[in-house]
Write a protein that binds this ligand. Structure first.
Ligand code: FRU
Length: 570
C-alpha cells in the first residue's frame, strides 16, 4: 500500500460485482478515486468512510472490471486509517429494510440523498422525473441527476443515473425539452437537457439524448452560458414560446430571475430581468419556472421562484407571481406579494412537466426543507418528492391565487374504504379506530359545513396509541390554520423542525372540503380544491389510528367523512 500524508492508494483484484464502502455520515468526507487496470479514471466521488461498524454501505457497481486489478485512491484530511481492510466485495447488496418512514406512493430513491426534481418531461406515454441526487451518501454531495419513470405519476421505476459530475463541475438543477424541430442539430425529437455545472463558478451546460432520455451525451462545446460576476447563476428552466418562435430560459440570478432567448438552445441572449423590489427577498432565489396557465377563456403567466430561506414558516418555500409574458418581459399583476404556493414547511424547488398531456400544468416538488433535510431520521434514503399536483388559477375571496391539488390518478391507489357517519357536531366526535391493518398509508376525506357562524375553532386531530398526534386547528376568528409539529412524533434530530407552529391563512367559508394524504412520513393537506395546500413531514413512531374533532363555540355539519387505505404496490 502507498501512503502519503493525506492520500493512500492500494491495488485490488476485482472478483465481485460490487465494491462496498462502509459509511457513517458523521465522519469527515473522503475523496475516492478508482482507476482501472490501464490507469484510466473509472469513478471519483466523495463519501464518509468509517473504520467502525458502519451505519450502512454504499455499493459501487464494478462488474465491467471483474477479473482485473484496479487502484483505489482515498484522500482524507484526518490521520489515515487502513482503509483497504474495510472495503468489501459482494455479488449483491440490499440495505436491510429497516425504514419505518419510507413513503410508499411518493417517490424516494432506493438509496442515497435526493433534492430538487429536475428535467421533468413527458414522452411516448412515460413521465420522466429526474432529481438532484447523491448516489454515494445520505447527505447532499456528488450532485448528479437520478432518474425515474412512470406511466401514472405514482408508481415509479428508478432508472440508471442520467448525468454525473464532469470536468466542469457537479450537475445542479435544470430542465429538459424535446427538440421536435431539431433546432439544436442533435436530431429531430432529441431530448435536450440544460443544467448548471457548479464548480468555482456556475455555468449552464447542454447534454442530449437520442434514446428518449435514458442516456445523455454532454455537448462538446460546453459551457453554453457563462457569467463573470454573479455568484448565483443557476437552475435553467426552458420552454418553447410559440408566439415568438423562440426558446426561453428562466435562470436564477439572485436577487432576480433573468430571462434568455435562443433559436438553437446553444446560444442564449439576455432579454430581461425580473424581481427587483417585488416578492420575498429574505433568501436566495432559486429554481424559477415560467409557464402559461389557462384562465377562463384567456390565460395568465405564472412565475414560480423558490426562496431559501425566509419562507412563511421559516426555511425554504416557493413563492409565485401572476402576470403576463410578452416574449421578452414578465410583468407581474398588482397582488399582495409574497404569495406562497404551499404553506407547509416541506414543499420546495418545485417545477412543472414539459410536454405535459394534461390541460393544466403538472407540478411536483421536493418534500423537504434545507433547514433539516440533511439530518432527517431516515437511514438508507434521505428525502422524497411531494405528490404530483395540478396547478390552476383560483381566488381566495380577495384576489387571484395559484391553487394546487393532487392529481386524479391517485384515485387508482384507493383500496379499501371506511365510511364514517355524517353528523352534526357541536362539541366533539371521536373515531376510536380508523383502519384495520393501518400502515400509515391513506387518504382522509372530510367535508363539513359551518352551521353556526359563531364557531370559533375546529380541531381535527389524528392520534396513535403512544400519545403522538397530528392536529390541524382551524381558527375561524383569526382566519388561520395552525399545526404544531412538536406532538407529531420523532423531532429530536432538529430544533428547527418544530420550533415554531406552522400556520397558513384560511379563507373564511361556509363549506370546507379537506383531503389529507398520509404516507408514512408525510401529511399533505389540500383545502377546497387546493386553495390552501400544506405539506409537512412527520415522523410518528406508529401510524395514527384514531381521530378526534373538537368544535368550539358553535356547530358544524359533517357531510362526508371517509378514509381510503392505499395499495402498497400496483
Ligand atoms: C435548490 C438548489 C438549486 C441548486 C440545487 C443544488 O434546492 O439549491 O438552486 O441547483 O439545489 O443541489
Amino acid at each position: 500500500m502507498k501512503k502519503t500524508k493525506d492520500t493512500q492508494s492500494f491495488q485490488l483484484d476485482v472478483t465481485e460485482k460490487y465494491l462496498l464502502f462502509p459509511i457513517n455520515d458523521k465522519k469527515d468526507k473522503n475523496t475516492i478515486t478508482i482507476l482501472d487496470n490501464q490507469g484510466s479514471l473509472f469513478l471519483t466521488f466523495n463519501a464518509r468512510i468509517t473504520d467502525k461498524p458502519p451505519k450502512y454501505y454504499i455499493k459501487i457497481d464494478v462488474h465491467t472490471l471483474i477479473d482485473t486489478s484496479i487502484e483505489i485512491e482515498i484522500s482524507t484530511s484526518k490521520p489515515l486509517l487502513p482503509f483497504a481492510e474495510f472495503i468489501k466485495q459482494a455479488e449483491s447488496y440490499e440495505h436491510p429494510d429497516i425504514e419505518l418512514h419510507r413513503p410508499t406512493y411518493h417517490y424516494s430513491s432506493p438509496e442515497g440523498w435526493i433534492n430538487d426534481p429536475v428535467g421533468l418531461f413527458y414522452n411516448k406515454g412515460i413521465y420522466h422525473l429526474y432529481y438532484q441526487h447523491n448516489p454515494y451518501g445520505m447527505k447532499w454531495g456528488n450532485m448528479s441527476w437520478g432518474h425515474a419513470t412512470s406511466e401514472n405519476l405514482i408508481d415509479w421505476t428508478t432508472q440508471p443515473l442520467a448525468l454525473v459530475p464532469n470536468e466542469l463541475g457537479a450537475i445542479y438543477s435544470g430542465s429538459i425539452v424535446i427538440d421536435s424541430q431539431n433546432c439544436a442539430g442533435f436530431g429531430e425529437n432529441a431530448i435536450i437537457a440544460l443544467y448548471t455545472a457548479a464548480a468555482d463558478t456556475q455555468t449552464q451546460c447542454l447534454a442530449y439524448s437520442t434514446d428518449d432520455g435514458y442516456t445523455f451525451t454532454n455537448y462538446e462545446h460546453n459551457p453554453i452560458l457563462i457569467n463573470e460576476d454573479k455568484t448565483d447563476f443557476r437552475d435553467p428552466k426552458v420552454f418553447w414560446h410559440t408566439e415568438t418562435n423562440k426558446w426561453i430560459m428562466s435562470l436564477a440570478t439572485s436577487p432576480t430571475i433573468s430571462f434568455y432567448s435562443s433559436t438553437d438552445l446553444k446560444e442564449w441572449t439576455l432579454i430581461s430581468e425580473f424581481g427587483s423590489g417585488i416578492g420575498s427577498h429574505k433568501g436566495v432565489w432559486e429554481c424559477p419556472d415560467l409557464f402559461k396557465l389557462p384562465y377562463g377563456k384567456t390565460h395568465r403567466w405564472v412565475l414560480l421562484v423558490s426562496v431559501n430561506a425566509g419562507g412563511p414558516n421559516k426555511g425554504s418555500a416557493t413563492q409565485y407571481f401572476i402576470g403576463n409574458f410578452d416574449g421578452t418581459t414578465f410583468t407581474a399583476e398588482t397582488l399582495p406579494y409574497p404569495l406562497w404556493l404551499d404553506y407547509g414547511k416541506d414543499c420546495y424547488a418545485g417545477t412543472t412537466w414539459h410536454n405535459n398531456p394534461k390541460d393544466k400544468p403538472l407540478y411536483i416538488a421536493w418534500m423537504s426543507n434545507w433547514q433539516y433535510a440533511n439530518i432527517l431520521p431516515t437511514k438508507t434514503f434521505k428525502n422524497a418528492m411531494t405528490l404530483p399536483r395540478t396547478l390552476d388559477i383560483g381566488n381566495n375571496g380577495e384576489h387571484m391565487i395559484v391553487k394546487s391539488y393532487p392529481i386524479r390518478e391517485l384515485k387508482k391507489k384507493r383500496e379499501r374504504i371506511e365510511e364514517f357517519p355524517t353528523q352534526l357536531v357541536d362539541k366533539a366526535v371521536d373515531i376510536e379506530y380508523l383502519l384495520d391493518d393501518n400502515q400509515g398509508v391513506y387518504e382522509l376525506i372530510l367535508d363539513f359545513d359551518i352551521v353556526d357562524l359563531n364557531t370559533s375553532k375546529i380541531r381535527v386531530s389524528l392520534q396513535n396509541t403512544v400519545g403522538e398526534s397530528l392536529q390541524y386547528t382551524f381558527n375561524l376568528n383569526k382566519g388561520k390554520l395552525v399545526i404544531d409539529r412538536s406532538t407529531t412524533g420523532e423531532h429530536s434530530f432538529s430544533k428547527k423542525f418544530c420550533k415554531h407552529k406552522i400556520t397558513a391563512p384560511l379563507q373564511i367559508e361556509k363549506k370546507y372540503k379537506l383531503k389529507l394524504y398520509i404516507d408514512k412520513c408525510s401529511a399533505e393537506l389540500f383545502i377546497n380544491k387546493g386553495k390552501t395546500a400544506m405539506t409537512n413531514l412527520i415522523f410518528p413512531t406508529e401510524p395514527y389510528n384514531t381521530l378526534n374533532i373538537i368544535v368550539e363555540n358553535g356547530r358544524i355539519d359533517i357531510t362526508k367523512f371517509r378514509i381510503y387505505s392505499f395499495h402498497e404496490e400496483e
